[in-house]
Design a protein around this ligand. Structure first.
Ligand code: DGT
Ligand code: CA
Ligand code: CA
Ligand code: ZN
Length: 586
């Protein structure tokens, strides 16, 4: 178990205590401990037997150290078990609903014995909830929407969470001497925005048929396992602490390609491919491509051979959704998809001036380290008060500071001035035009009033686009993966106007957003929009998340020429919407 999981258990215990009406001092001590566990650099699994080391962590006292030791040894702690026995394990799921804090839950529990999402839905249905004091219709609607959203997304995980789980497992698996190669298949390999479960393929001498016993035991001993589902001859399935299911398959080298092809999917791609194989007199399975007549194997060791025998080019996994890729691969006309190495700059990021965690200089150094030739610093504007957004005066000062840092970098990187300006509820921008006109990269984004009607929101964004200073429309649908649906908006109308005006549409590569989606990106290209990919980094480490966005671009079949960030610095600026008179004379 990792520190983050331990912190979550402590946080849950604090919530349960609060539902239970425990005294606030006690609740706070668990919250503080959760925070300490989240923050510490000590590996707690490692340190759990060393009480002195635990006590040295600020925020961890004697009783908390005992709790951590219990968690490390058993995966839970007595108090948490006690509270869960009282309130039911379904309470944990209820606590995941948006806006469902311990106080609200305590109220629902005492008034209607609600301890699960299902019972909450029933209480709404029967009108019981509406009878409670201070429960307005609006609030009930909100809760209902939360339940609907939750049910729709339940059981799926963000792609970065799947990737990180896969990376940790890979590290563990490759430490076994009989394993040589670990490859994620399924939705993770195809780069979908979420994954239902994780499919990992393992090859190496320890995977030879009839010789897998020791290897299977090793997989089943993975410390991250929360509960084991099956332990078979060449497959181990289990849940990890987050609830994600993992299927690990052990494969002999000679059928690795066929298995990788099969388990990568998608199902629709595989069905089409099998039909093509049949027409050619072959049968395609997870074991091989074989002749129909005498069952002799035609190809099985690599995907390339299999696709080649089917008269096709090897098809990038991101394209395998049965959306025309089979025909294109057969016609040898697959596009050369964009790759991370094509990207030369990133023009949406935040610094300590607003809600970022690093300075302009630190962002610049980190960008250089990852090979960028240019960045733009685009902090928030004043409407986002909780981020300490910039007003006109601070925006201008910040701009001077950006230029100063660019000079200090002595040509090692270009740093464009910029801003992520809020689109206000009526479509006006949050900062004066004279200020915006001085910036290189003005990104306009929606961060509020997601509840407006489709007509209002469309008109709002269209009005914002008419402001000549706007060069990029940031995270255009405002969606948050598995958390918030896209805003209701006529995206087609917005994109058509953006294409006319030369405003670029952003693909926000943060794995929490991935906005525009793969489908919307396809539409953006069809409508002739410029497209920019940005990490929206709030931390130098966020630059690493570019890879998640690149996969969405690839899923949309985008090539380097379709994406502005593949241009050199000057070309990039020139490709943005032309600057206005006011800005040209600055
Ligand atoms: P997920 O896990 O919901 O994010 O989506 P996938 O695509 O990873 O689906 P999953 O884990 O059920 O199966 C992994 C791949 O294995 C899938 O993409 C295609 C292949 N596969 C699994 N079951 C079947 C099946 O019944 N028929 C066919 N043709 N392929 C299958
Ligand atoms: Ca899967
Ligand atoms: Ca699976
Ligand atoms: Zn933003």
């Amino acid at each position: 178990m990792d520190n983050a999981t331990m912190a979550r258990l402590l946080e849950q215990t604090a919530d349960l205590l609060e539902i239970d009406g425990a005294d606030s001092f006690r609740i706070r001590s668990y919250r503080r401990a959760a925070e300490a566990v989240e923050q510490t650099t000590v590996d707690l699994m490692d340190a759990s037997t060393d009480t002195a080391r635990l006590l040295a962590i600020p925020g961890v006292g004697k009783s908390m150290a005992a709790n951590l030791q219990a968690i490390a040894a058993t995966g839970t702690m007595p108090l948490r078990d006690e509270l869960l026995a009282k309130y039911g394990i379904s309470m944990l799921e209820l606590m995941k609903l948006p806006g469902m804090g311990p106080k609200t839950i305590a109220l629902f529990w005492s008034a209607a014995k609600v301890n699960s999402i299902d019972l909450l839905a029933e209480a709404i249905e029967s009108g019981k909830l509406a009878e409670l004091p201070r429960m307005g219709q609006k609030q009930i609607e909100k809760i209902k929407k939360g339940i609907d959203d939750y049910r729709r997304s339940a059981g799926r995980f963000r792609i970065d969470q799947a990737q990180e789980a896969a990376d940790r497992l890979e590290l563990y698996l490759l430490a076994f001497h009989g394993f040589e190669r670990v490859t994620p298949a399924g939705s993770l390999r195809r780069g979908r925005e979420t994954a239902g479960d994780l499919d990992l393929l393992v090859t190496g001498p320890a995977c030879a048929p009839q010789k897998t016993a020791e290897a299977v035991e090793y997989v089943a001993a993975y410390p991250g396992i929360a509960d084991l589902i099956v332990k078979g001859e060449n497959k181990v399935s289990f849940h990890i602490a987050s609830g994600m299911q993992v299927d690990v398959r052990l494969l002999p080298n000679e059928c690795y390609g066929a298995a990788l092809q099969y388990f990568t999917g998608s199902k629709a791609h595989n069905v089409s491919l099998r039909q093509r194989a049949l027409k050619m007199g072959y049968t395609l399975s997870e074991w091989s491509l074989a002749r129909l007549d005498d069952e002799s194997v035609v190809a099985s060791a690599t995907e390339e051979e299999i696709y080649a025998k089917l008269g096709m080019d090897w098809t990038p996994p991101e394209m395998r959704e049965c959306l025309g890729e089979i025909e294109a691969a057969a016609a040898h006309s697959l596009p050369r998809l964009i790759e991370e190495s094509d990207i030369r700059g990133d023009v949406h990021m935040h610094t300590t001036a607003t809600d970022g965690r690093n300075s302009i200089r630190e962002m610049a150094e980190a960008a250089i380290a990852r090979g960028h030739q240019y960045i733009a610093i685009t902090d928030h504007s004043k409407a986002l008060a909780m981020t300490f957004g910039l007003d006109e005066k601070r925006a201008l000062e910040h701009m001077q500071r950006i230029k100063e840092v660019e000079r200090e970098m002595e040509g090692r990187i270009r740093i464009f001035t910029g801003i992520e300006v809020d689109i206000l509820s009526d479509g006006a921008l949050d900062l004066d035009d004279e200020v915006l006109a001085q910036m290189d990269v003005v990104i306009a984004s929606i961060h509020s009033r997601f509840d407006q009607s489709r007509e209002e929101t469309t008109a709002r964004v269209l009005r914002a686009l008419e402001n000549p200073n706007v060069r990029i429309l940031g995270h255009p649908t405002g969606r948050q993966i598995l958390r918030r649906e896209p805003i209701a908006i006529d995206l087609g109308a917005v994109m058509r106007r953006a294409a006319e005006l030369g405003v670029a549409m952003e693909h926000n590569a943060s794995p929490e957003r991935l906005d525009l989606s793969d489908r919307d990106l396809r539409l953006a290209r069809e409508l002739g929009c410029k497209i920019a990919i940005n990490t929206d980094a709030h931390d130098t480490r966020d630059f690493l998340k570019l890879k998640y966005g690149i996969r969405q671009l690839r899923r949309a079949w985008l090539e380097p020429k379709d994406v502005l960030n593949t241009l050199r610095a000057d070309e990039f600026l020139a490709a943005l919407r032309p600057r206005t008179q006011a800005s040209a004379v600055r």
